[in-house]
Write a protein that binds this ligand. Structure first.
Ligand code: ADP
Ligand code: MG
Ligand code: MG
Length: 210
């Protein structure tokens, strides 16, 4: 079964719940190598998104993703707001006006999201950012899709790879974003944006029907 706009909306509500649950953890991670607002920024953005979805769920999956993009861009702020916003916007463009999303379109949307984040933030793998979680997620999603996996399998593969990618940011020295101001002192800490990216993908994997 492919996923509908309602499925995407339900997945985003799950993301909001998980972000809220991990708000303190993300704040703590960002306090270690940034300014401590990442959990608050994301919680505010996804809470605003849930309010909009409570009002009206767009008819198409792409419309839901576009609503997520515009809401996150206008409410999250900081570095993560435009980056997450661009990710969802590119994902929305990638799925176009399809009525439902299948495994290949979900993998394609993840690839488009990564391209958007890289175009906007200019980070490469190893710079200790959300790109370190999203890049392996895209590779794993494409492999799962090419291997015949369904939407659930694609998202589960993406989530697992993102978690490993996020964990691998710990020893890295940050080369982008606020954490880069710390230089060598940024090593030894988990990047908050990589952690939140893994959480978002994990919530998607747990919710979207396959
Ligand atoms: P700010 O640093 O403005 O307070 P947040 O705390 O919300 O913003 O987000 C910080 C996260 O944003 C970082 O942990 C990192 O993953 C991500 N980030 C910062 N700069 C970039 C960039 N240029 N490219 C990709 N991700 C980035
Ligand atoms: Mg911050
Ligand atoms: Mg900030």
């Amino acid at each position: 079964m492919a996923c509908t706009a309602e499925d995407v909306a339900r997945a985003l509500r799950a993301v909001a719940a998980v972000v809220k649950e991990h708000r303190e953890e993300l704040i703590r991670l960002d306090r270690e190598i940034g300014d401590g607002d990442h959990g608050e920024n994301l919680a505010r953005g996804f809470t605003a998104l849930v309010s909009k979805l409570d009002g009206d769920v767009p008819a198409l999956p792409g419309g839901v993703l576009r609503l997520a993009a515009t809401t996150l861009i206008s409410t999250v702020g900081g570095a993560a707001g435009p980056l997450y916003g661009t990710a969802f916007l590119r994902a929305a463009t990638s799925v176009g006006d399809a009525a439902t999303l299948d495994a290949a379109s979900v993998a394609g949307a993840l690839q488009a999201a990564l391209e958007g984040v890289v175009a906007r933030g200019k980070a490469a793998v190893g710079d200790k950012t959300m790109v370190d979680a999203l890049t392996p997620a895209v590779v794993a999603a494409e492999a799962a899709s090419a291997g015949g996996g369904d939407v659930g399998a694609v998202l589960t593969a993406a989530a697992e790879a993102a978690e490993a990618g996020a964990t691998a940011t710990v020893p890295l020295v940050a080369r982008k974003g606020r954490a880069s101001y710390l230089g060598e002192r940024s090593a030894g800490h988990l990047d908050p944006g990589a952690r939140s990216t893994a959480l978002v993908l994990r919530s998607f994997a747990g919710q979207v029907l396959s």
